[in-house]
Design a protein around this ligand. Structure first.
Ligand code: ATP
Ligand code: MEV
Ligand code: MG
Length: 397
């Protein structure tokens, strides 16, 4: 029963290779991060739907009856296989008082919630009386899949509230996950949320948010990597804001303008992803340094390609130069244009060298931290299993 208060979470992601190219049918390799978005779901007694999104400054509530009426007005063709239409989004924007061309985080987050709430409930029953709070350990709009983690959490919560999927947490368990079939449904609705936020997503980010681990993604086909070695990755946030939607649209424009020049670059990125996959799958769990030169060279080549397709940024160039001065190799991750970069740490990278690199990166105004990759996908938590920080966020709400 979901009627009690529940907390669920989904991880962010790091794309090792294939960002942008994956939107055009090429291979991407992506891994789940140990930074998560959390959603607290509880029933709202007074016939209301309440949403609080402190990360983007949204506190909204609507009468369930007004959403039900709105749904009747736009619902005819809601389906998880159909893109949200311009007309549907226009109607939802008018209802929520969002300006036509608004692209601010709070507008997109509200629109994605409204779309998913109406579309999911249109398919599975009435608009549920829910109170939803979302908060995140992920920086918003920095290339770590915050939009997908948000959409995956919303999809799982709303599907549970509409009883389209089970509540898998048993008495005495601290965490639980859904069946493959249920995860497939969560993923397909999360993709719709990503469509509202991104325009034309490939689906790789929501796939990682749903399944977690490390995977290869191509045109909707999700293949878990056979073996993933313990990779140490330094994440650096340049703190330069950017929008995935705008960057993805810019790449499309460039491909249309210079197809003979850009398509070979996308093919080369595809080959990089495939080469990287072969290397990773051949590496032992605790790899020795001899595997690293190839991985480092692939980072360097891909970073040049990403600059060619127009998603670089001076802050990312700086990040690469600073780490190179410490013998480390970096590339942007996610949509680029600012946001985050990843630096490959070798097993023989000394703590001293890493501290020196971190100090120089921080001196540029960047924030950096070492991460663990391969985290679990969307998960339901019992309140006793939540860590102190999560409980604190809950008690503040
Ligand atoms: N915690 C959150 N609460 C509500 N909305 C969020 C949250 N995190 C992200 N979003 C939504 O996602 C948008 C950011 O998505 P965007 O795709 O541009 O960046 P990203 O997902 O962090 O990076 P990338 O897509 O490159 O991995 C925000 O504008 C907001 O609408
Ligand atoms: C830039 C992009 O390839 C990754 C964003 O994390 C967009 C997408 O795949 O939807
Ligand atoms: Mg995103």
């Amino acid at each position: 029963m979901w009627e009690r208060s529940l907390v669920l979470s989904a991880p962010g992601k790091v794309i090792l290779h294939g960002e942008h190219a994956v939107v055009h049918g090429k291979v991407a390799l992506a891994v789940a991060l140990d930074l998560r978005t959390f959603l607290h779901l509880r029933p709202c007694a007074e016939g209301k739907v309440c949403v609080r999104l402190p990360g983007v400054g949204v506190v909204r509530s609507w009468d369930t009856s007004s959403l039900q009426a709105l749904r009747r007005g736009v619902a005819a063709d809601f389906d998880e296989s159909k893109s949200p239409s311009v007309e549907q989004l226009h109607t939802l924007k008018e209802f929520a008082g969002i300006a036509a061309g608004a692209s601010a985080p709070e507008s997109l987050a509200t629109l994605a919630f409204l779309y998913m709430c109406l579309a999911i409930s249109a398919k599975y029953g009435d608009v549920p009386n829910v109170d939803i709070l979302v908060w995140s350990e992920l920086p918003t709009g920095a290339g770590l899949g915050s939009s997908a983690a948000y959409a995956v959490c919303l999809a799982a919560a709303l599907l549970m509230a509409c009883r389209a999927i089970s509540c898998p947490l048993k008495e005495g368990e601290s965490t639980a996950r859904w069946t493959e079939e249920e995860l497939t449904l969560i993923n397909s609705w999360a993709f719709q949320g990503e469509r509202v936020i991104h325009g034309n997503p490939s689906g790789v980010d929501n796939a990682v948010g749903t399944w977690g681990g490390a995977l290869r993604y191509q045109s909707g086909k999700i293949t878990p990597l056979k073996r993933v070695p313990m990779l140490r990755i330094l994440l650096t946030n340049t703190k330069v804001p950017r929008s995935t939607k705008v960057l993805v649209a810019g790449v499309k424009e460039k491909i249309l303008k210079f197809p003979a020049i850009m398509n070979p670059v996308l093919d080369s990125i595809d080959a990089i992803s495939q080469e990287c996959q072969s290397v990773l799958e051949a590496m032992p769990a605790n790899p020795s340094p001899e595997y690293y030169p190839v991985l480092e060279e692939l980072f360097d080549i891909n970073q040049h390609h990403l600059n060619v397709i127009g998603v670089g940024h001076p802050s990312l160039d700086r990040l690469c130069q600073v780490t190179a001065s410490h013998g480390l190799h970096s590339k942007l991750t996610g949509a680029g244009g600012g946001g985050c970069g990843i630096t490959l740490l070798r097993p023989d990278t000394s703590p001293l060298a890493m501290e020196a690199a971190k100090r120089d990166l921080c001196a540029c105004g960047f924030e950096c931290w070492e991460t663990n990759i391969g985290a679990p996908g969307v998960t339901l938590h019992s309140s006793s299993s939540l860590n102190a920080e999560v409980l604190h966020a809950l008690s503040e709400s």
